[in-house]
Ligand binder design. Structure first.
Ligand SMILES: NC(=O)C1=CN([C@@H]2O[C@H](COP(=O)(O)OP(=O)(O)OC[C@H]3O[C@@H](n4cnc5c(N)ncnc54)[C@H](O)[C@@H]3O)[C@@H](O)[C@H]2O)[C@H](O)CC1
Length: 403
């Protein structure tokens, strides 16, 4: 059995990414490193010659990170400590306000800052919506999806998602009562050319489509919703509340709903009010908004994903977003049950990460003994290293680089 060395860290990170876990406690011996995801379910990573296998292990003695870094064979603590800190990134998310979300959007779309066009972000947001639906409600079990489209940019995300969902194999129904603007018309044209069904644009059209749907993608309102909902949206939002769907004294089950950013009709910062529906799944674009805190934390959190894989590191640090690492080439990352991270903690992580990035070697392609991985949730850097590790696993690099 080979001994652990710093060259193993990219492999370990890749294995950790594949298992979609973030480590909290790390236990090491010369042949094993264990990351306990929570105390009852530790994962053990066994080193092989060219790969690392992850499997659950029940009883592992925990050690402090400092002891661990000292014990891993031949490692210099300076080279390893940041890696361990990265692996031990807390399973927590920071909630941002609606005004922070608008500021981040403005910075992303400013030609002088990050240079994105709205249409590009909408494409990526819509793809993340479609992946969330596919992951949570696959088309072989939930073949008919109703995409409810609102009047703002979130509605645009919904139209993009509808197109992807069609290509993913769903039978897509779209309800979209207020389609305005050149880009939105183009998205509509793309869907009509695919023979996607557009329901009647009133509340009865929505109810008819809802009756046929196995799952609903709610892209009606995002973080710019204000005040009581106006028609035709008010009745539609009521129809999504299960208890309101009564017929002949019987409760009609409502299909599961996937909401984006914030369930439509919820005020973006105050959380759910009475008379509002509760989705089964929530996709936060860019970062979770404060209005969903009670929905995604606590004892009964709904399934929660983060998407919008386009935030540059500088912007992430500027707003202390503390984003989780996206696995592989995926556009979403699941964060169900993650706790809240305070602003102070997020700022601290951002600071650590900036310092680690500033001191990281410029050519990080090589899996070298001096590899330094930034602390915190350095997603981009970590996935770069994971790519290098995957190549290593596939035997695509020179023998001398192999573990
Ligand atoms: N960075 C990202 O992740 C991106 C996310 N995107 C999505 O954009 C929305 C926010 O878009 P915005 O246009 O600002 O707001 P809304 O979609 O929430 O819609 C505003 C729209 O709704 C009308 N409205 C507001 N309140 C009411 C009401 N009470 N009754 C009826 N109508 C109402 C208002 O008049 C506007 O017409 C975000 O959540 C993401 O989903 C971007 O696509 C890309 C970047």
């Amino acid at each position: 059995m080979p001994r652990c060395s710093p060259a193993h860290w990219p492999l370990l990170q890749a294995a950790l990414h594949r298992s979609r876990q973030c480590a909290r406690q790390i236990v090491a011996s010369p042949s094993h490193l264990a990351f306990s995801v929570n105390l009852s379910k530790p994962l053990c990573f066994e080193l092989r010659r060219k790969s690392i296998r992850a499997y659950p292990q029940r009883s592992l003695r925990t050690m402090s990170i400092a002891t661990t870094s000292a014990q891993v064979g031949g490692a210099t603590p300076t080279g390893l400590a940041p890696s361990l800190a990265a692996l031990a990134a807390p399973r927590a998310v920071r909630f941002i306000s609606a005004s922070e979300a608008s500021e981040i959007d403005a910075a992303l779309m400013s030609p002088d800052q990050h240079g994105y066009a709205l249409e590009q972000l909408m494409e990526l947001a819509g793809l993340a919506c479609a992946q969330t639906v596919f992951r949570s409600y696959p088309p072989d079990t939930f073949p008919v999806i109703l995409v409810a489209v609102g009047p703002g940019n979130q509605g645009g995300d919904g139209l993009v998602a509808a197109r992807h969902l069609h290509h993913f194999g769903y039978n897509v129904l779209v309800w979209a009562p207020r389609l305005k603007g050149d880009h939105i018309s183009r998205l509509e044209r793309q869907l009509r050319n695919l023979d996607v069904f557009f329901a009647m644009a009133d509340d009865s059209g929505f109810e008819d489509a809802l009756d046929q749907a196995d799952v609903v993608l709610d892209t009606i309102f995002g973080f710019s919703f204000k005040g009581p909902p106006r028609e035709p949206f008010a009745n539609v939002l009521k129809a999504l509340i299960e208890e309101s769907r009564m017929e002949f004294q019987m409760r009609r089950p409502c299909p599961p709903v996937v909401s984006v950013d914030i369930p439509s009709g919820w005020p973006s910062e105050r959380g759910r009010q009475s008379e509002r529906f509760i989705p089964e799944v929530l996709l936060s674009l860019t970062a979770p908004k404060s209005g969903i805190r009670s929905l995604v934390t606590g004892s009964k959190p709904v399934r929660h994903f983060i998407g919008g894989r386009f935030i540059p590191k500088a912007l992430e640090h500027q707003y202390a977003l503390a984003l989780p690492a996206y696995p592989g080439d995926e556009q979403i990352v699941e964060v169900t049950g993650w706790e809240e991270m305070s602003l102070e903690q997020a700022r601290h992580l951002a600071q650590q990460e900036m310092e680690a990035l500033a001191s990281a070697p410029s050519n990080s392609d090589e899996v070298a003994a001096s590899t330094v991985v930034p602390a915190g949730t350095a997603a981009a850097h970590l996935s770069h290293q994971a790519d290098a590790a995957q190549k290593l696993e596939a035997g695509a690099v020179d023998d001398q680089q192999k573990v």
